[in-house]
Every structure is written in structure tokens, then in C-alpha cells.
Design a protein around this ligand. Sequence first.
Ligand SMILES: Nc1nc2c(ncn2[C@@H]2O[C@H](COP(=O)(O)OP(=O)(O)OP(=O)(O)O)[C@@H](O)[C@H]2O)c(=O)[nH]1
Length: 785
Amino acid sequence: MDDLIPTVNRLQDVFNTIGQDHIDLPQIVVVGSQSSGKSSVLENLVGRDFLPRGTGIVTRRPLVLQLVNVPRRKLSRRGRADPSSETEPTGAEQEPFPERAQFLHLPDRQFSDFSEVRQEIQRETERLAGPNKGICRTPIHLKITSPNVLNLTLVDLPGLTKLPVGDQPTDIEQQTRDLVMEYITKPNSIILSVSPANVDLVNSESLKLAREVDADGKRTLGVITKIDLMDQGTNALDTLNGRVFPLRLGFVGVINRSQQDTIANKPIQEALKFEKEYFQTHPVYRAIATRCGTAHLAKILNQLLMSHIRDKLPDIKTKINGLISQTEQELMSYGSSSLSGTINTSSLLLRLLTQFANQFNASIEGNGSDMQAAELCGGARLYYIFNNIFGGALDSINPCANLTDHDIRLAIRNSTGPRPSLFVPELAFEILVKPQIKTLDSPSQRCVQLAYEELMKISQSCGGKELLRYPKLYAKLIEVVSDLLRERVAPTAQYVESLISIQRSYINTNHPDFIGGSGALAELQRKATAKPREPSSYGRSLHPHSDLSGLGMEDEGISDTESVASHGRVNGGSRKPRGIRPGSVRSRILQSSGQPFAAGHPHQGDKFLHYFFGGNKADPMFTTENSKRLSLPVPNRVKENGQYFASNPGSGALDTSPVGPDASLGAADLATSPTAHLLATQFDQTCDVADRRDHMETELIRSLITSYFNIVRKSIQDLVPKAIMHMLVNHCREVLQNRLVETLYKENLIDELLQEDESLIAERNKCEDMLQVYRKAFAIISESP
Ligand SMILES: Nc1nc2c(ncn2[C@@H]2O[C@H](COP(=O)(O)OP(=O)(O)OP(=O)(O)O)[C@@H](O)[C@H]2O)c(=O)[nH]1
């Protein structure tokens, strides 16, 4: 059974070659407060002075110490263990075996002078932990081969400290604690908790930490040092018997060399002899002397470690087995390194090109193997771009965005030319709707751009892990796809732009879905009559007077329909117009203005709509003369800052002089004349009517623009994704493989393209090394007794 510790040591040696803690191997971890006597215990166990000494923190890097016992009888003359020798050495063969020490970081050097070992530990500590008091978590590995040691694997750790001293970092307590925890939390480690007897055990930091990770005390062995330094009249008997702090594995008392002994260079063998005598002769400890001292501690540790290894080895074997298959798989993913020959390489290249193109297509179709679950990608993302992003962007456009009432009125006036117009002209509608259609251009172009970017993204995720082996090929593939996409994105964007231009080039007011003038009027009227005497929601949302009732005729006893009909504008309703009540303000205005009064005509609204949207302009009702006859006294005024001013139709310039019959009167006369007063009242009422008419025209234009814009929007929403799919996506899918082969499948390029990535080669080599180590470790365990 004793051979199990060498098995673990061999495993440790094997794993040390790859420099990582892959397996939690059984080992004894020595933990204790600073100066509690850890190093002294280790030296006693080895029977040699080999550890650095001093005041304050001395152990500053973990020291992994393998003690390898070489039976004296197996020593050959040359001082080497001779496994074949079964007989006791005699004569010259009984020369003492030169104990040797060897560091992992100095594999070619054997130390037989242990003061040199101490110096090397100091040097190596300072190399990584610096000359000051800092600590470093990288361990130093030391193997001591001796006939005087029992097989053990121990780890000496920096002492737990409370306060930083000298140049120590302020968090030194935390650093040492973390380092200690890193070792003792491993379930396969045995905790050797060292506490000095001259300090109350309840203050033992090491026991406190050990309890945190091993609550049952199954793998914690207590060591009580400095028993010789206890105050007179006190002893550690209760502690050693487990009556102060219960530990399943118990406590062992030891006496190490004192500071004084070290200064006096007291040989360790002498110290061990003293220790033995001390316990055997001490009146208190005599009874438990066999359970005290370094020799007993070494025996206990050896037994503990071996039974621990015996328990843990099957698990370790299973773990190593798992690591082997895991590493084999990883190695396979890096591909074989032994690819050579033109046939092999060219067929590999062709396969990779085809694989790339297939994956590109599969991604778009939505059945790519590398699809990420975390986010939308490939075809699904394109669908999202078309429907959600693009669709959403188009839906969010307000058809009348940036179109103020002033703009609309200006467009109406500009399109009527020098004379005031009777009807809302089609030209104004066209002038206004075209720029609105243009607003569809920007989201459409953005949609093309997003689709292009998504295709680029798709290309970057194609090819799988195998392609990552060949960074040059990967870069070239991306380059070819980028070129192809770039070639296609410009024409696609142009085509999409032309789709918008086409829509702007001809405003089809005969479109079956277009609301048309009659529809717009009916809509306005519907809203106006939906809640009589209350402002309609339409009116509320757009203008406080935008309902038809707002034309100002009700006061005059004229229905909405009549009022509109009398303007020769609206007669969408079925009610018969009743005409204008004689003597009403409305009729007075008409008379005073010298305009012939026209009774409401039942079909006047319809005629207007025919005129407005390409109807029969030859209708006698709509001759210029009739138009004049039917027209209201449209004042040539422009309301500026709440005041009306006559406008010069010819020049379009504003004349700031008052208008009306009293225009020739002086300012003082104007103020006093009764005629002037009446006319002023009539004028104000006329202005009010004209104002409301302006508003109705504006609202009409708005609903026409909205209706037409919606038709165009729907069409663009449908056509842009189709154009992108046809001109960009599908085209690239169809030609990609050919393009890749044409550009990259060239004999003179093969070697360059199939050059493996340096880091990948390194990874593969490392993986191969690890696999070898795991296989070796597995063999060691399989061979163990
Ligand atoms: N008298 C006496 N002195 C001891 C005993 N054990 C250790 N010492 C002394 O206590 C001091 C500290 O001992 P070390 O073995 O260096 O303690 P350490 O825990 O390894 O210290 P760090 O590595 O710095 O944490 C040294 O001067 C030792 O000689 C003991 O059992 N009896």
C-alpha cells in the first residue's frame, strides 16, 4: 500500500510537465499563522535544514514538497536506488545514500547541499514574489529523495497574517487567506493545521479556516507546536486529547528547534532526540508520548495520505479517463496536422469553398447549423429587417409631416395663378404630395443597407470551426463575399431609389384606392355631421374650426350642405339644399359685393369633384363664366399677423391699406361713418367665411395627401423587400459558389490559403501534450497496486 504515495508523486510529476492543476491530487497542505512553526515542522519531517529562516513573513510562495523514501538496502554503490537489489548492502555498499533535492524549475541540477536548497528557494521566491514582503501564488516544486523520509507530499503555504508589515500590500491578509483557501478547499487535500501551544487555540486562524472548508473535521489534522514554550503550570494535554477543539483526526504535539537553537546551529537530529526525550520524560505528556513528536506525526501523515489516496484514486482514474476523451475531441476539432499533397489540399480547398457557400445559403434559408439562439440571424433577421424595421419606419411616417397650413395655402395660391380660384386645384395637391413621397426614400435606402450588413454578418459566421484553421482563406472568403455584395448593393439601392422616383413622376389620382375629392369631402362631412353642434374629432385634432359646420352658415339659417353648395364646392349629402335665406348676412354680403346670388345646386359638389379630379370640364356648370357666377366673393386678402390685407393679384405683393367701399375715406371718416361701420361688420363676416373656407381647403388637401401617400407607402413597403431579395440576396446566393471557385480555386493560391493559424498550431500541440500526459497518468494509476 505504501507504493500509493509514489504513484501520486509520479502523477504529480507527470502533471507538472504541463504546468497546470488538472487533477486535484491528494496532498498535505500545511496551514498556520505566521511564525506558528510550519517550516520547522517540515524541516523536522525531512530531518534537514533546508527552508529559509528569518523574522516576519518567510514563506512567500507555496512550496510543494515531495518526500520520496528510498530504502537504504536498495542503494547501489553509486548512490542510486537499485530496485533489483533485494539483499542488504554490505561493506562499501553501506555508504550512506546522499540525500538529494531537485527543483522542478531546475530539472538538470541535483542538490545534495541543503544550504544551497535554502538559497535556491530564497532566490526563486524573490524572482517571482519580489525582494520585499509580498507573496506570489505560483508554487515552487521541490523533490527530496532520502532514506530518512516517509513518502509524503506536502505543501508549505505563506503564514496567515493580520497586519501588513514593511512593504506588504494593505490587503496582504486577504491575499494569504485566498491563497490558503485555494489549496484547502480542494477535497483531496489533507489540512495540517499548525497552531502554537502558547497561544489560545480559540484564536487559531488555521483551525478557523479549516473548519470553513471541512466542517466535519474529516481531513484536518491538528499540530500543536511550541509546547516547550508554554507558561509554567500550563500544558496542552486537553488540547492534544481533543477536549478543547474536537477534530476527528486529532492533534499531535511537536517540539521544534527554537530561534536560539537555529542561531546556535543545533543539528536537527539532536533536536529530534530532545523532542523525543521531552515527551517521554514530561510528567504530563509521558502518558501520551507515543502519540506525540515528529516521528509519530510523520507516520500518521503517511498513513492518512495513503488511505486518502486509496479512497480517491478510483475517482481520479475516472476523471483522467474523462479528460482523455475530452482532449481527444478537442484535438479532433483542430483537424489533422498531417495534410499534404496537392490532391489532398486542392480537394480540401474545394470542400471548404463549397461548405462556405452552402452555409451562407443555409443561413439565409434559416437552417444553418451554426445558428445562434441568442439573437435573430440569417434569414430570420432579414425578415425582421423587412417587416419590423423597414415596415415600422414606413408606418411611422406622417403623410403630412412638415406640411403646415401655411404651406398648403401657399401651394393653393401659387397654383391658381393671378386670379383667385374657385376650386381647390389638382396642381396644388401634386405639388404638395410629391415631396411627401420622397420621405419614403430614406427608410428604403436604410433597408437596403441593413440587408447588406446582415449578409456581411452571415458571411462572417460561415465555414465553421474548421475554417478558423486557415485565417488567410477565411479572410479571402470574406473579401470575395464583400466584393460581391458591394457590387450588388449599389444597383439595388439605385433601383429602390427609382421605385420612389417612379411614384413621384406620376400622381395617379385615378388609382382605385385613392379617396378622391368626393371621398375626402364625404369624409370631412361625415366627421362634421357625426356629432352635430360639436366639434368633430378631426376638427379637434387638426384645427378648432375644421369641421364643415365651421363654415359659419348655421347662424344664417343655412345647413352645412347648403352653405357648401352655395360656394359651388360641396354637395356630397343627399339633403336638398334650401337656399340662402333672403336678408341674411350671407345674402347681404353677396348682394353688396355685386356678385349674382346663386341658389344651391344639387349637383354642384359633384361637378366640382369632376373638375377637380379630371371630371368633365366641359360641363356648362363649370365653364369659366359659370365658375365666376358660382364663385363667392373671394377676398384677395392675405391674413398676416391676424390682420387682413389686400393683395395685388398681379404682383402678389401685399398692400397694407384697408379694403372695401370706404377705401377712399380718410382714417377719421372711416371711424365715424355708419356706412363704414356696416361695411366693416359685413367685411368682418366675409373675412370669417373666407377664413373657414381656407381651412376647409387645407383639410381637404391634407386628407387627399394622406390617402395618396398611403397607397404609395403600401406599394413601397411591398416592392422594396422584393427588390432587395431579387437583386441582392438571391443573386448573391446564386452566384456565390461560382465566384468563390473562380477567384480562389487556383493552384498557385492553394498553399498560401491553406496555411494554418500559428496560434491554432500551438493550441493543437498543447492539446497533444496534454493528451499524452493524461494517457501517462492513466497508465500510472492502472499500474498502481
Ligand atoms: N521553542 C520553540 N520554538 C519554535 C517551535 N516551533 C517554531 N519555533 C520558532 O518559531 C519561529 C518561527 O518558526 P517557523 O518554523 O519559521 O514558523 P513558520 O510558521 O514557518 O513561519 P512563516 O513561514 O514565516 O509563516 C522560529 O524562530 C522557530 O525557531 C517550537 O516548537 N519551540
